[in-house]
Ligand binder design. Structure first.
Ligand code: NI
Length: 158
């Protein structure tokens, strides 16, 4: 088990655009494992993106505690977005803040798994929220940027 330091909202790196993974090397597999360890270690972490641990690669891991368990996404692409839903979000990189954000109600996402195989997943509810949130991290976008009416709740434990 290896924990990585979380990059916070005031650090420049969190705003940068991540690059696609061109080869799934042992280093990438270690990164995936460390990201999951870090996500589970942090209180209430349900998703983590590579830039949050200082690596500008298009990778994220989510586990919203549903039947899917841990899901790993490499070079993801959201290919369908339908409807809307509002959820009060938080982020490991934005401790102590929450905000209501509007996201698609349903999505389809295509990505590579750790073996380099392409898979497609349909998601709704919290899983769709979490995937969209992590996907945004790959483009340097934070949930607070999308807070409805710019309202951010501070002092919350997240
Ligand atoms: Ni986040």
């Amino acid at each position: 088990m290896a924990l990585r330091n979380i990059v916070l909202e005031n650090e420049e790196l969190i705003r940068k655009i991540s690059r696609p993974v061109d080869e799934i090397t042992p280093r990438i597999l270690t990164l995936l494992d460390d990201m999951a360890d870090t996500m589970y270690f942090e209180n209430r972490g349900i998703g983590i993106a590579a830039p949050q641990v200082g690596v500008l690669r298009r990778i994220f891991v989510v586990d919203v505690g549903d039947e899917h368990g841990k899901l790993e996404f490499i070079n993801p692409e959201i290919t369908r977005r339908e409807g809307t839903q509002v959820f009060c979000e938080g982020c490991l990189s934005v401790p102590g803040k929450n905000a209501d954000v509007e996201r698609p109600a349903e999505i389809t996402i295509k990505a590579l798994d750790r073996n380099g195989n392409e898979f497609t997943l349909d998601a709704d509810g919290l899983l769709a929220v979490c995937i969209c949130h992590e996907y945004d991290h790959l483009d340097g976008i934070l949930f607070i940027d999308k807070a409805i009416d710019g309202v951010i709740y501070e002092g919350a434990q997240s």
